[in-house]
Design a protein around this ligand. Structure first.
Ligand code: MN
Length: 495
């Protein structure tokens, strides 16, 4: 791993120049100077000068090779809200296009949690802004990603809320917009704060699974290269990618925590020149290795709802070890990584993808309708977000903070989903209590477990008060179905 180079305006300009040689670099520097000047004297919670934040967000987008105009607006995104410089100043200096994006971001406002009504209002604003100009959302994602990387500077309660919102709202929106790269970053950065124990566990599982596999996958890639060459196919790129942590976590939930039943912990991506080569490559792979039955998926002829296209297959590798392959063209690849943002993404040749018919506006309207209708879930989240918190302890003295009114069921699920699922009873301050007992500040809670128990009882959904517990309970209850029912997923899948 390389050490991250310090992010400066110089390195930002360098980056942009590589993917868009025609970019107006002087203008980008002016935008930086303008923002730097405006934020002069302000510091972030981390103690760093404020300009670090818009600069870092701009770097996130430059790394994705996004249109420099969006990167410039990102540099300026907090100016009107936080400083004496106004939108009119921005318009005067940088024109109406940049000003309009910054206006969009400003309308969204900063991180604020002041009651569930305000929260719904924020969501509504987000959808309006997105429908007006989806570039605003791209900036918002970069803004949020950087905020998530500096979350340690905030008090625990705030940390949790921001991470939960990112996981429950932002990541699913990124997913619906087909922005896999952004979705993955939002999820993995939030995962750690929302489910810290699960995060550690999944991290360990992944590490163990990958240990010593590097040579093996190198060999696989070499074999593919050689065989493709024989068929006169010269791939654009072949590489292995590890599943992201949160995505692995969700899959593990659906697979009874059996890592060996997850076939795409590593997937080998083969990027080729055109669609014909995709199918040819599939045939060649199946000629080398025997495919698993029922694991060949043709998302090229039948794209996923968010537009995702690829061929997937799982084959029996060495010693029967499954290997998943994902075969796609470069255009499909960029679409998969950047989704809607690929319209503003520059490819290796420094040109942008052709604009295609954009269906997302209609989709957005649907997401919006769903989300606003799903008030019961917002009610649930309200408890997690807004209730005052109590602090309770495990017998070992670990402290958990839960919303007021939380029960031993909440406690159990906040320790670990399996502790919740296997819970049969509870003791509070060394006395047996029923599972619907309201916990009080300072209580010492011990959960009794039955390790053979697999499933929670459905009426726990009424006893649990926290969103987290309810999500886990619902997941366990319908694990064998499509599964992970974070509220956004229910919404977006309901037909
Ligand atoms: Mn910001």
């Amino acid at each position: 791993m390389s050490i991250k180079k310090k992010q400066t305006i110089e390195s930002l300009i360098e980056k942009i120049h590589v993917y868009d040689p025609k970019a107006d670099l002087d203008m980008i520097r002016l935008a930086y100077d303008f923002a730097d000047d405006a934020h002069q004297g302000q510091v972030r919670k981390t103690g760093e000068p404020y300009i670090i934040h818009p600069l870092a967000a701009a770097h996130i987008l430059a790394d994705m090779q996004i249109d420099p105009v969006i990167v410039m607006a990102t540099l300026l995104h907090d100016v009107p809200e936080d400083t004496r410089k106004t939108l009119e100043d921005i318009e005067k200096n940088f024109g109406s296009e940049i000003a309009s994006m910054v206006r969009g971001i400003t309308k969204l406002g900063k991180l604020k949690y002041r009651g569930v009504e305000r929260y719904i209002e924020n969501l509504r604003k987000m959808f309006v802004a997105m429908a007006e100009d989806v570039r605003v959302m791209i900036i918002k994602f970069a803004d949020r990603i950087h905020n998530l990387t500096t979350l340690d500077a905030l008090p625990p309660q705030k940390r949790y809320r921001i991470a939960l919102e990112s996981l429950e709202i932002y990541a699913p929106i990124a997913n619906r917009l087909g922005m896999d790269d952004i979705k993955g970053q939002l999820e993995d950065l939030s995962f750690k704060f929302v489910y810290p124990k699960e995060y550690e566990r999944v991290q360990k599982v992944l590490e163990e699974k990958l240990q010593g596999k590097e040579r093996y996958y190198k060999g696989v890639i070499q074999t593919v290269e050689t065989e493709l060459k024989k068929a006169h196919i010269s791939p654009v790129q072949i590489y292995g990618r590890n599943k992201k942590l949160f995505s692995l976590y969700q899959k593990l939930l659906r697979k009874n925590n059996e890592i060996n039943h997850v076939y795409d912990v590593v997937a080998v991506r083969v990027i080729v020149q055109n669609v014909a080569e995709c199918y040819a490559t599939l045939g060649i792979l199946h000629n080398i290795w025997k495919p698993y039955k029922g694991r060949i998926k043709d998302y090229i002829s039948q794209p996923k709802p968010n537009g995702y296209q690829s061929l997937h297959t799982t084959v029996f590798g060495e010693a029967g070890e499954p290997i998943e392959f994902q075969i796609r063209t470069l255009e499909m690849h960029q679409n998969a990584e950047y989704g809607i943002a690929s319209h503003w993404h520059y490819d290796e040749k420094g040109s942008r993808m052709p604009k295609k018919e954009i269906k997302w506006a209609k989709e957005l309207a649907e997401i919006q309708k769903d989300i606003l209708n799903k008030l019961s879930d917002l009610e649930e989240m309200k408890v997690d977000f807004l209730q005052s918190r109590i602090f309770v302890f495990t017998p070992k003295g670990d402290v958990l903070d839960l919303p007021e009114g939380a029960t031993p069921i909440d406690f159990a699920y906040h320790i670990h989903s399996e502790v919740g699922n296997k819970c049969t009873g509870a003791m509070v301050n060394e006395k047996n209590v029923s599972l619907d007992t309201e916990l009080k500040n300072g209580d010492i809670v011990e959960i009794r477990l039955d390790k053979n128990k697999k499933c929670p009882s459905p009426d726990w959904l009424d006893i649990a008060k926290t969103h987290t517990a309810k999500v886990h309970i619902r997941n366990s209850l319908k694990k064998d179905k499509l599964g992970f029912s974070r509220f956004f997923n229910i919404l977006s899948k309901k037909q």
